[in-house]
Ligand binder design. Structure first.
Ligand SMILES: Cc1ncc(COP(=O)(O)O)c(C=O)c1O
Length: 385
C-alpha cells in the first residue's frame, strides 16, 4: 500500500490540505462503506431476521485485537468504551484511595484528564499539578510531586496542544516504586506511533479512535493491565459485568439476583451498550494503519514534523512545541501575532489546522506531503508580512 492508495481513501484531500488530526480526522472511504453496509444489514436483520450478522460480529471483535496490536497488549486486556473521557472516569473512580491520597498530573493535559481527577476531590483526593515550563514537563518536576500517597500519575502520552512527549517508562518506574499506577490518556498517540504498554509499564490506558486512528466517534478502548483486571471492579455496572450464569438464569428461568457476582475477565468493565457500527468503522481504519505499518506511519510523521519545524524556524516563528525531537511527536504549535487573520487566510486557502492555546496547532498524519507543508508555509509567510 503506497501513499497514493492511502490518499485515495480521503476525498477531502482533493480540495483541502488537512493538517488537523489532533482534532477530528476524516474517515477513510473503506470505513464509511463498511459502516453503511453494516447498518443496512442490521436493519434488514431486524426486519426480516434472515441476514447473517456473524461476520460483522467477528469484525467488531477483531477491532479489539487490532487495537491491542497497536499498543502491544493482548485483546483480553481491552474493553470497549465509548470515548477516552469515559475510560479515564472509570479508572479514576475505581482506584483505591484514602482521605490523604493524591493524584499527580500536569498543566499540559487536555481537560478530560483533569476533570476526572478533580472529581475525585469530592472524595478528598488532592490533585497535584506539575506546572509545565514552556511546554515541557521534566521528570525531575514530576518526581518532586510524587510521594507514597500518590495513587496515580495521570498523563497524556503526547500533549494535546503542543505534542510534548512524556517518557512513560521513567514515569511508570517512578510511580510503581511508590505503589501507585500510571494512567495514560492515549488519544493523541495511538495511531501515530508504535506503542508498547508492557515496556512502558502502563497500567491503564484510555483512547478514542476519531483522531490518529482515523475512526468514527463512538468507538474507544480501555486497556487494563492483565493482573489488574480481576483485582479491580468497575465503579458502575452493566449486564456484561455480571456472571453470565446469573444473567442466563435471571433471563431464562427465574429472578435470582440477590448479590452482585462479577463476570470474569475484561467484559465486566464493558458497562454500556456499545455503538457497534462505530467499531465496524474503527476496525477498517485501524487495518489501514496496520497495512501501511505503524513503524512507517511513525517515521513518515516524524519526517513531515521535522520539515515543518525547519520551515517555521526559518520564518522566525516562536514554537510552543519543544524543538528536541525526543521530546515531541506529531503535533506542532507555534505562536502568531494576528492569529485570527492568519487562521482566516489558512481557511480561505483550504488549509485546515486549529487555533489552540494562543497558537496555531498543526497535526499532520502519515499521508500528508511536503508539498502540502510548503503550501502552508507559503500562506503563513504571506499572512505574516
Ligand atoms: C488529549 C485528549 N484527551 C481526551 C480528549 C477527549 O476525547 P474523547 O472525546 O474520546 O473523550 C481529547 C480531545 O480533544 C484530547 O485531545
Amino acid at each position: 500500500m503506497n501513499i497514493r492508495d492511502v490518499r485515495s481513501e480521503f476525498p477531502i484531500l482533493e480540495s483541502k490540505i488537512f493538517l488537523n488530526h489532533a482534532a477530528v480526522s476524516p474517515l477513510p472511504l473503506r470505513a464509511a462503506e463498511a459502516m453503511k453496509k453494516f447498518i443496512s444489514d442490521k436493519v434488514k436483520a431486524r426486519s426480516t431476521q434472515n441476514v447473517d450478522l456473524e461476520p460483522w460480529r467477528n469484525k467488531i471483535l477483531n477491532s479489539k485485537s487490532l487495537f491491542a496490536k497497536l499498543i502491544g497488549a493482548r485483546e483480553e486486556e481491552i474493553a470497549y468504551i465509548p470515548n477516552t473521557t469515559f475510560g479515564l472516569n472509570m479508572v479514576a473512580q475505581m482506584l483505591p484511595h484514602k482521605h490523604d491520597s493524591n493524584v499527580v498530573t500536569n498543566t499540559l493535559e487536555y481537560l478530560s484528564n483533569v476533570i476526572t481527577w478533580l472529581k475525585l476531590g469530592e472524595k478528598g483526593v488532592k490533585v497535584r499539578f506539575v506546572k509545565d515550563d514552556k511546554g515541557r514537563v521534566s521528570l525531575d518536576m514530576l518526581r518532586e510531586m510524587v510521594d507514597d500517597k500518590t495513587i496515580a500519575v495521570a498523563i497524556g502520552q503526547v500533549g494535546w496542544y503542543n505534542g510534548f512527549k512524556h517518557d512513560l517508562k521513567a514515569i511508570s518506574e517512578m510511580i510503581h516504586e511508590k505503589g501507585g499506577f500510571l494512567v495514560v490518556d492515549a488519544i493523541q498517540s495511538v495511531g501515530n506511533m508504535k506503542m508498547d504498554v508492557r515496556g512502558d509499564g502502563i497500567d491503564f490506558l484510555s483512547c478514542g479512535t476519531y483522531k490518529w486512528l482515523l475512526g468514527p466517534q463512538g468507538a474507544g478502548f480501555l486497556f487494563i493491565r492483565e493482573d489488574l483486571i480481576e483485582e479491580f471492579n468497575p465503579p458502575i455496572v452493566g449486564e456484561k459485568s455480571l456472571d453470565p450464569d446469573i444473567v442466563e438464569k435471571n433471563i431464562y428461568e427465574m429472578f435470582d439476583l440477590y448479590e452482585l457476582r462479577y463476570s470474569r475477565g475484561i467484559s465486566k468493565y464493558e458497562v454500556v451498550h456499545m455503538d457497534d457500527a462505530a467499531y465496524v468503522g474503527a476496525e477498517e481504519s485501524m487495518r489501514l494503519i496496520l497495512d501501511f505499518g505503524i513503524e512507517n506511519v511513525e517515521r513518515k510523521i516524524k519526517e513531515i514534523d521535522d520539515y515543518l519545524i525547519e520551515g517555521l524556524l526559518e520564518m522566525g516563528c516562536e514554537l510552543q512545541t519543544p524543538i528536541d525531537e525526543l521530546e515531541r511527536h506529531a503535533i506542532i504549535n507555534f505562536r502568531a501575532k494576528n492569529i485570527d487573520r492568519i487562521m482566516n487566510e489558512l481557511t480561505k486557502n483550504g488549509i485546515i489546522v486549529s487555533q489552540r492555546m494562543s497558537g496555531i496547532r498543526v497535526s499532520p498524519h502519515f499521508y500528508n506531503t511536503k508539498d502540502e507543508i510548503d503550501k502552508l508555509l507559503e500562506i503563513l509567510k504571506a499572512a505574516k508580512s
